[in-house]
Design a protein around this ligand. Structure first.
Ligand SMILES: *Cc1c(COP(=O)(O)O)cnc(C)c1O
Length: 357
């Protein structure tokens, strides 16, 4: 920390993103990116004509893309907000909807960025423990006096709450925003977007980073009541009105135009997930039932750290969280069929080596 940093950030512990090694080639199963490339339409939209317009600012309202998203999700354009990755929306939500008296409530085991935002804005955060089996008890999130944030499906578990349970949470917190982070919903979860019409306190957050193969482009969106979208716009126009660049807007539109391509990829990933879970269980692993593009698994033959390190040495990156209740586990992103065959082969080798040692 430098002598320049405000003392109010002295205790701030920043988020640590998963490794993005720039040197050697790994089979990268550590940050839940799609193993599939963007659609041909996205390649075509990223063209010289777009580059030639880069001296002009982009549309600050992102109208064309918002209209396409509104049509796809059956809402109005005024219900849609765009941002530079969905992290940006989460940031805005903590900034806009929390304060000293109305803090944030989220699961103890969930996306690691939530506690960072709470710290950043110095709002009280209540981290609610999961059940023994890693499920969320929805009643724990009812009748709170602040903003509720739930990743559904949750990360890193891959488990989800039903739409009925989410609805109970929304209904019981009518005076506070309920943020449902649906970063992984396209891989087999159920979206709460239909509930936006019924409840003005629901903020659904999604991203192009995972299911739409665009993590590198930084594009997220929210769907909520016009009231909430107007609040988010107030923050956006007070920080960075041109928060999405011209190229990203263009390829975002092309991605929605080729939605079927991405939804087929999601189905492929779901099939590969089923196969991988079965194979790991056959090797004695404990694997949670995931509806996301990752799985959460442990073996009693070695701890999570050793599994992570052993796989890394063999050229496969997975994610290990050094957190008490989940340190036996690793989170494995579902890659292509071929990548997962190699992954399983490397796991087998590791277990054999461990058995001999
Ligand atoms: C990946 C992820 C995000 C952020 O994604 P962006 O790349 O910023 O759009 C948000 N929430 C969860 C739960 C995630 O896993």
């Amino acid at each position: 920390m430098s002598r320049f940093l405000s003392t109010r950030f002295a205790g701030l512990e920043a988020y640590t993103p998963g490794e993005q090694p720039q040197d050697m080639q790994y089979i990268k199963l550590n940050t839940n990116e799609s193993p599939y490339p963007p659609s041909p339409e996205v390649f075509a939209a990223c063209n010289a004509e777009q580059v030639s317009k880069l001296q002009l600012y982009p549309d600050p309202e992102g109208k064309r893309l918002r209209q396409k998203l509104a049509t796809l999700y059956g809402v109005e354009m005024e219900n849609v907000f765009l941002s530079n990755g969905s992290d940006d929306i989460l940031n805005f939500a903590f900034m806009a909807f929390c304060d000293q008296t109305h803090g944030a409530y989220f699961p103890e085991i969930s996306y690691g960025f939530y506690p960072v935002y709470a710290d950043l804005y110095q709002v009280p955060a209540t981290q609610i423990p999961l059940q023994e089996d890693f499920t969320i008890q929805y009643t724990d999130f009812c009748q709170k006096d602040g903003m509720v944030v739930i990743a559904n499906p949750n990360a890193p578990t891959g488990l989800e709450l039903t739409q009925e349970e989410i609805e109970q949470i929304i209904k019981s917190n009518p005076d506070h925003v309920v943020v449902i982070d649906e970063a992984y919903v396209d891989f087999g979860g159920t979206s709460c977007i239909p509930l936006v019409k019924k409840y003005d306190n629901l903020l659904v957050v999604q991203t192009f980073s995972k299911s739409r193969s665009m993590a590198g482009a930084r594009l997220g969106f929210a769907i909520a009541s016009k009231e909430i979208i107007a609040d988010l716009n107030k923050i956006k126009y007070s920080t960075n009105p041109y928060n999405i660049n011209r190229l990203t807007l263009a390829i975002g539109e092309a991605a929605i135009d080729s939605n079927d391509y991405y939804m087929e990829n999601c189905q492929k990933i779901a099939q590969t997930r089923t196969k991988t879970i079965e194979a790991l269980r056959a090797m004695g692993f404990t694997v949670l039932d995931s509806v996301a593009n990752f799985i959460f698994a442990k073996t009693n033959q070695m701890n999570g750290e050793a599994l992570y390190t052993g796989l890394k040495k063999k050229g496969v990156l997975v994610r290990h969280f050094n957190k008490e209740k989940i340190q036996d586990y690793v989170r494995i992103t579902i890659g292509t069929e071929e990548q997962m065959e190699i992954f399983l082969q490397k796991v087998k080798e590791l277990l054999q080596e461990e058995g001999k040692a």
